[in-house]
Design a protein around this ligand. Structure first.
Ligand SMILES: *[C@@H]1O[C@H](CO)[C@@H](O)[C@H](O)[C@H]1NC(C)=O
Length: 407
């Protein structure tokens, strides 16, 4: 009965949402923005400027260091890639100094490695960094992206009226579809409404977009991770039901391996993002990343929970003693249709011990009649003791991430 219900929901989601066959699980990849921003001075910073060299280097690393194999397949060029002017036929062109081979050549390079190519644009008159926007060239720009071999479009919303975005993004989406080239469509319009207290139309988002940025840009700090997380928790009952195969809430990039998060905080971001069924788009330096951070990003058990094919967005279930407990229903189902769960405990404490705390299955909503086999995602150890209580020790601003496999 439960199983039939789940299948019906999944099938129904496919009918009401955008039907381009893409992003059936949360998209995974790499994007330059949070780590490299809009650095355009390649003379001074040859290894850090937004250039074809940067993207080729990162694409190579995605393959050689196992990211592609783990599922990170999109390499996405964010703002500041284009020239300041369109060409004489009004087409967007890449900056000739930083992308001398052009975007088609970069897409070909990426495709030859087995990766997919993403590119940023903006719905308004200008991009957020002041480069040409698409509002007067929506059809032409969709065609240009398709002709370059783009597989994923991130359309930002700077310099535009948020009241016309729902319609405008839908129009752009129609032009994307008309090119005949399947392209993941990442929308930004809720990020121009929700932070101002305006509720976005999620039914419209699902019809137009494969994923959408709901809230503020992530910055390189634990504080930023917390501010995004607490907004999603405050709104989880409204947001979570709209997540599913083909259409995802997007809390923004993973900043694991950057300057701002400790090792434990990095595990916490990974835990929350995996349980939220969030897109996993890294923004970091894959050349110099330390191995222990890379291991978090490549953790197979964590990724499997994020990529679970039911696509159910987990929620924060219980908050006690400054520990948040998150729960995400996943496969496999029991023979009677009960879910397994990804379960995460995030500490907002700062007393310097691993804080011991118990949660009952009942508190967490784990209602399987015959119990669960429980696996620690980060240590790989079985932690089940046969009771219906989960006892954990959570480090300050850190996480314990478990998989409860229904018996
Ligand atoms: C265009 O939309 C139709 C109808 O929703 C869909 O079947 C098709 O796969 C889409 N094509 C592309 C390239 O997105």
């Amino acid at each position: 009965m439960f199983k039939l219900f789940v299948l019906a929901v999944v099938a129904f989601g496919g009918v009401t949402g955008l039907d381009n066959g893409l992003a059936r699980t949360p998209p995974m990849g790499w994007m330059n923005w949070q780590r490299y921003r809009c650095e355009t001075d390649c003379d001074k910073y040859p290894d850090e400027c937004v250039s074809e060299k940067l993207f080729k280097t990162m694409a190579d690393k995605m393959v050689s260091d196992g990211y592609l194999k783990a599922g990170y397949e999109y390499i996405i060029v964010d703002d500041c890639w284009s020239a300041m002017e369109r060409d004489e036929e009004d087409r967007l062109v890449a900056d000739p100094i930083r992308f001398p081979s052009g975007m088609k050549a970069l897409a070909d390079y990426v495709h030859n490695l087995g990766l997919k190519f993403g590119l940023y644009g903006d719905f308004g008159t200008h991009t957020c960094a002041g480069y040409p926007g698409s509002i007067n060239h929506l059809e032409l720009d969709a065609q240009t992206y398709a002709s370059w071999g783009v597989d994923y479009v991130k359309l930002d919303g700077c310099y535009a009226d948020s009241d016309i975005m729902e319609e405008g993004y839908a129009e752009y989406g129609k032009y994307l579809n008309a090119t005949g080239r399947p392209m993941v469509f990442s929308c930004s319009w809720p990020a121009y409404q929700e932070p101002l207290g305006e509720e976005s139309n999620y039914e419209a988002l699902k019809k137009t977009c494969n994923l959408w940025r709901n809230y503020d840009d992530i910055m390189d700090s634990w504080q930023s991770v917390n501010s995004i997380t607490s907004w999603f928790v405050d709104n989880q009952d409204r947001l979570a039901p709209h997540s599913g195969p083909g259409h995802w809430n997007d809390p923004d990039m993973l900043i694991i391996g950057d300057f701002g998060l400790s090792y434990e905080q990095s595990k916490a971001q990974m835990t929350i993002w995996c349980l939220m069924a969030a897109p996993l788009i890294m923004s970091n330096d894959l050349v110099n990343i330390q191995p222990e951070f890379r291991d978090i990003l490549l953790n197979k058990k964590a990724l499997k929970i994020n990529q679970d094919e039911l696509g159910i967005q987990g929620t924060m279930k219980v908050f006690k003693n400054n520990i948040a407990a998150w729960v995400k229903p996943i496969l496999p189902l029991s023979s009677t249709g009960e879910y397994s769960y990804g379960v995460g405990f995030i500490s907002y404490r700062d007393d310097g011990i691993k804080y011991p705390i118990d949660f009952t299955f009942e508190e967490l909503g784990l209602d399987g009649k015959y119990g669960y086999d429980i696996l620690d995602v980060f240590t790989g150890e079985w932690v089940d003791d046969g009771t219906d209580i989960i006892s954990v020790r959570v480090p300050p601003s850190g996480a314990v991430f478990l998989k409860a496999i229904v018996i």
